[in-house]
Design a protein around this ligand. Structure first.
Ligand SMILES: [Mg+2]
Length: 228
């Protein structure tokens, strides 16, 4: 059980995929569904399709292109969004997420989604999960033209959000993103032990991590008003 110094935290930044939503959808999409559809399109075996796709994935890993639906639509000449719709039933919110978001807001903290996901993926996920109303604001790194892994992202986010880094909590399943947040000066950092519910627990290295949002949900104060 983790105890967070909530009295010092004013802003909470949350990642989407692998943090609030089960990464199983994304892993299934990129590692199984897309290769299968690519194989069908080019009349290849799935193994041969993966041999062609993997180097292309690796070439842009961690960059904005990696997260960009438009990039992959151009590169692969496939309707990526349509393919995502085919497996959209796998999009799932982790347990205790909405309770956590609402409780934190009822304590007067600003709750902000910061994702590397492309707007089209974000919209699909918000449509499926109805999570959108639980945030004070949502940003995609595409609007800042810099992924969360870069310092430019944090500087641009700060220009529009004006958060106090030392009084901010960031929860993200990607360790390189947490390191970037730490380098910028974000004061409180948490990783996620099991971003994909179908995979084993991960080593989150230097970062403390949660297995469930129930671990860090502050109790709702008795005089709380429902959040707007
Ligand atoms: Mg993530």
């Amino acid at each position: 059980m983790l105890t967070l110094p909530w009295h010092k935290i004013e802003t909470v930044f949350l990642d989407m995929d692998g943090t609030l939503l089960d990464l199983h959808f994304d892993n299934h999409f990129w590692l199984k569904h897309l290769p299968m559809r690519y194989a069908q399109k080019h009349e290849l075996s799935v193994e041969a399709a993966l041999d062609k796709l993997n180097p292309r994935f690796e070439a842009v890993h961690g960059t904005l292109d990696w997260y960009c639906v438009d990039y992959w639509e151009r590169e692969l000449e496939m309707d990526i969004l349509e393919l995502k719709h085919e497996v959209a039933h796998l999009i799932d919110v982790f347990p205790y997420v909405t309770g956590f978001l609402d409780s934190v807001r009822s304590h007067g903290k600003r709750v902000v989604l910061v994702t590397n996901a492309h707007e089209k993926s974000l919209n699909l996920k918000m449509e499926r999960t109805q999570l959108g109303g639980h945030f004070d604001h949502i940003y995609t790194s595409h609007e800042f033209r810099a992924p969360k892994e870069s310092q430019a992202f944090w500087h641009r986010l700060h220009e529009v959000e004006g958060f106090k880094a030392a009084h901010t909590l960031m929860i993200d399943d990607t360790l390189s993103v947490l390191r970037s947040a730490r380098d910028y000066g974000i004061g409180h950092l948490l990783a996620v032990k099991r971003p994909d519910s179908k995979q084993p627990l991960r080593d989150t290295q230097e970062f403390p991590a949660i297995a469930s949002f129930a671990e860090i949900t502050p109790p709702i104060p008795e005089n709380a008003h429902p959040s707007a």
